[in-house]
Ligand binder design. Structure first.
Ligand code: ZN
Length: 424
C-alpha cells in the first residue's frame, strides 16, 4: 500500500514536471512569436485614448507623469526611492495644513520634480525646438516665442508652464502645425501635473485621502536571457521555404523593415544582431508596469473599480491581457492604448494557473493571427511604417497656477534645469 502511494506520488511529480516543461515551451513560443510580430506589424491599430477622466483619475495621471523614471526597465535606484519618499512627504504636508498654504513645501516639491524629470523634460524640449525650427515663419510659433521671451526665464519648468498656458489657448485651434501643438502639450504636461497635484493637495476635501496614502513599490521583473526560436524557425511554421525566400526578398527591399528586424533581434548585452536562422537566440524581456499592477490585483482577487495610471498609453499586448482580465470580472480602466506591439513583453505570472494558461493561449492565438495575416499578403507592402508615438500627456486644468513662476525664482542655481531654444 505504502509502495503504491509512493509510486502515485512519483507519478504526480512526473506529471507536474511535464506540465512545467510544456508551459516553458509555450512561453518560449509566445516570446518568439512576439519578436516576429513586432518586426512585421509594429503598429497593430490606431491609438485610442483621451477618455473622459474624473478628478481622481486625472490626479493619478499627473502622479504618473512626475514619477516616470528615465530608465523604466531597471531596478529601483536609491535616488528613485528617496524621490518617491520626498514627494509623499511634501504632499501629505501640503494637505495637512490646508487651507493654509506652505510656500516652502510647495517650492521644495516643485524643485524636486524639476530636478528628477529634467532628462525627460529636456528630451521633449529638444523635440519642440526641432518643430519650432521647422515652422519658424508660422504666426502661431511666433506668438509662442513672444510669450516665452516675455517670461525671460530659461528654467525648464518655467518653459513647461508657458507651454501649458499657450496650449490652453490653442487646444481647439486646428490651424496650428500638428507636431508643434503635440510637443507644446508634451512639454506643458509637467507644469499641468505639478499644478494639478498641488491643487488637489490644497483641497480640504481630500485631506483624509492624503493622510492615508500608502506607497507600494512593485519590483521590476526583467528576464535577460529568455531563449526564443529564431525568426526563420517561426516564419517557416506559417509558410514553405519558397514563400519564405520570396518574403525575405521583399523585406530586404524595405530598409525600415530590415532596421526593425535588426533592432528586435539585437542582443542587448553585446549590441550585436543575432542570426535570423540560428539556434541559441535570446531575448531581453520585461514586465510592463501596468501588468505588474494588474498581476497584483489578480493575485489578490481585487475586483473593485481600479484606475491604473501609466505615464504612457498601454501597448497592444497589455491591451489584450486587460481585455481578458475584464472578462474575468476585473474592473480596471486606463487612459488609453497606443496599439504598438512590443516583442519584449513578459506575460504576467499570476498564481491562478488557469488564468495564466488561458492568457498564454489567448495571446498566442492573437499573435498567430497577426503573423498569418501579414505573411499571407505575399508581399511586404503591408508591413507598417513606424509613426511617432502619441503621448499620454494630461490635459491642462482650469486653475491659474501662476504661483509656479514665483517659486522658480528662488530655486538653487542649477544649470541642469535650464534650456535655451536655438532658433535656426
Ligand atoms: Zn504594455
Amino acid at each position: 500500500m505504502a509502495n503504491l502511494s509512493y509510486s502515485q506520488a512519483a507519478q504526480k511529480a512526473l506529471e507536474r514536471e511535464r506540465e512545467r516543461v510544456r508551459e516553458k515551451e509555450r512561453e518560449k513560443e509566445l516570446y518568439s512569436k512576439g519578436s516576429v510580430a513586432q518586426s512585421i506589424n509594429f503598429v497593430v491599430d490606431k491609438a485610442k485614448g483621451e477618455f473622459c477622466l474624473d478628478c481622481e483619475e486625472k490626479f493619478s495621471l499627473y502622479l504618473a507623469t512626475i514619477l516616470a523614471r528615465d530608465k523604466e526597465n531597471s531596478d529601483w535606484l536609491d535616488e528613485d526611492i528617496e524621490y518617491i519618499d520626498n514627494i509623499t512627504k511634501y504632499l501629505k504636508n501640503i494637505s495637512e495644513i490646508a487651507p493654509a498654504i506652505s510656500e516652502d513645501t510647495e517650492r521644495a516639491f516643485l524643485e524636486a520634480v524639476t530636478c528628477y524629470c529634467s532628462t525627460k523634460l529636456k528630451y521633449r524640449l529638444t523635440k519642440l525646438n526641432d518643430t519650432i525650427k521647422l515652422h519658424y515663419r508660422n504666426e502661431h510659433v511666433k506668438s509662442f516665442e513672444d510669450l516665452l521671451s516675455a517670461k525671460n526665464d530659461t528654467n525648464i519648468i518655467t518653459i513647461s508652464g508657458v507651454c501649458r498656458e499657450y496650449y490652453k489657448k490653442v487646444r481647439y485651434n486646428n490651424n496650428i502645425p500638428t507636431k508643434f501643438k503635440e510637443h507644446i502639450k508634451k512639454v506643458g504636461s509637467y507644469a499641468v501635473s505639478v499644478i494639478g497635484i498641488v491643487e488637489c493637495a490644497r483641497n480640504v476635501q481630500y485631506k483624509s485621502l492624503f493622510s492615508n496614502v500608502e506607497v507600494y513599490r512593485a519590483k521590476p521583473v526583467i528576464i535577460k536571457n529568455q531563449p526564443i526560436y529564431s525568426w526563420k524557425n517561426i516564419i517557416r511554421r506559417f509558410i514553405d521555404e519558397d514563400k519564405y525566400n520570396r518574403f525575405m526578398d521583399g523585406c530586404s527591399k524595405k530598409p525600415e523593415v530590415m532596421e526593425r528586424i535588426s533592432q528586435v533581434y539585437t542582443d542587448k548585452a553585446t549590441q550585436k544582431q543575432q542570426p535570423l536562422d540560428g539556434d541559441n537566440v535570446k531575448q531581453y524581456i520585461y514586465l510592463h508596469a501596468e501588468m505588474n499592477i494588474l498581476a497584483f490585483l489578480i493575485d489578490n482577487e481585487i475586483k473593485s473599480k481600479v484606475f491604473i495610471a501609466v505615464s504612457k498609453y498601454c501597448c497592444y499586448l497589455c491591451g489584450l491581457y486587460i481585455d481578458l482580465a475584464r472578462k474575468h470580472g476585473y474592473r480596471i480602466s486606463f487612459s488609453g492604448y497606443h496599439m504598438k506591439l512590443y516583442g519584449r513583453w513578459i506575460l504576467p505570472h499570476v498564481k491562478n494557473k488557469d488564468f495564466k494558461a488561458g492568457s498564454l493561449k489567448y495571446i498566442l492565438k492573437c499573435l498567430d493571427r497577426i503573423i498569418k495575416q501579414k505573411l499571407n499578403h505575399d508581399d511586404t507592402k503591408s508591413l507598417s511604417a513606424d509613426p511617432d508615438s502619441p503621448g499620454n500627456s494630461p490635459d491642462p486644468d482650469y486653475s491659474d497656477g501662476n504661483y509656479l513662476y514665483e517659486y522658480v525664482g528662488s530655486f538653487k542655481v542649477n544649470n541642469n534645469n535650464t534650456y535655451s531654444f536655438s532658433r535656426r
